[in-house]
Design a protein around this ligand. Structure first.
Ligand code: OFO
Length: 166
């Protein structure tokens, strides 16, 4: 049985994950607008991952016999971006999500909800990977700044990203 506090926080996290998905979908459109199909591919796959994260929270609430309460999804603050600003926004967003996960974990610990605490472990690891992935592209973009060839190479690399199987 989930406490009211934890149920509310898990529902809020569904909303955060769906807002992430929505932001990444807009970023995919920006990649396309910039003529960078690799960027579009990378963000489109990230959109799918965020939907899967929302699903994990959704399934977990139901598994614990809780109640799912969906909320409105905010409009993404993504417009007229550059390749670098897209990934800077992605990183800032992932840092925000990491803080949300840590706060959720603190809450689960404070209520001795061991099941929720363990459920959240996967997300702690995932956030380390997601922040590192966005930071790696930012580092590359800064290295090639001003070089169309460099940007072309990075776009090709991002085009090679495949959907995760697990
Ligand atoms: Fe990109 O983060 Fe979900 O959890």
């Amino acid at each position: 049985m989930l406490s009211d506090n934890i149920q509310a926080a898990l529902n809020k996290q569904i909303n955060e994950e769906l807002e992430s998905a929505y932001a990444y979908l807009q970023m995919a459109a920006e990649g396309d607008r910039l003529g960078l199909p690799g960027f579009a591919n990378w963000f489109r796959l990230q959109y799918g991952e965020e939907l899967a994260h929302a699903d994990r929270f959704f399934n977990y609430i139901l598994e614990r016999n809780g109640e799912v309460k969906l909320d409105a999804i905010a409009k993404p603050d993504i417009a007229d971006e550059t390749p670098l600003s897209l990934f800077e926004k992605a990183l800032a967003h992932e840092k925000h999500i990491s803080r949300c996960i840590f706060a959720l974990k603190d809450l689960a610990k404070s209520e001795s909800d061991h099941a929720t605490d363990v459920f959240l472990e996967w997300f702690v690891t995932e956030q380390v990977e997601e922040e590192a992935a966005a930071q790696a592209v930012i580092d590359q973009l800064r290295l090639v700044e001003g070089s169309p060839n460099g940007l072309f190479m990075i776009d090709r690399e991002l085009a090679a990203r495949q959907p995760e199987t697990a």
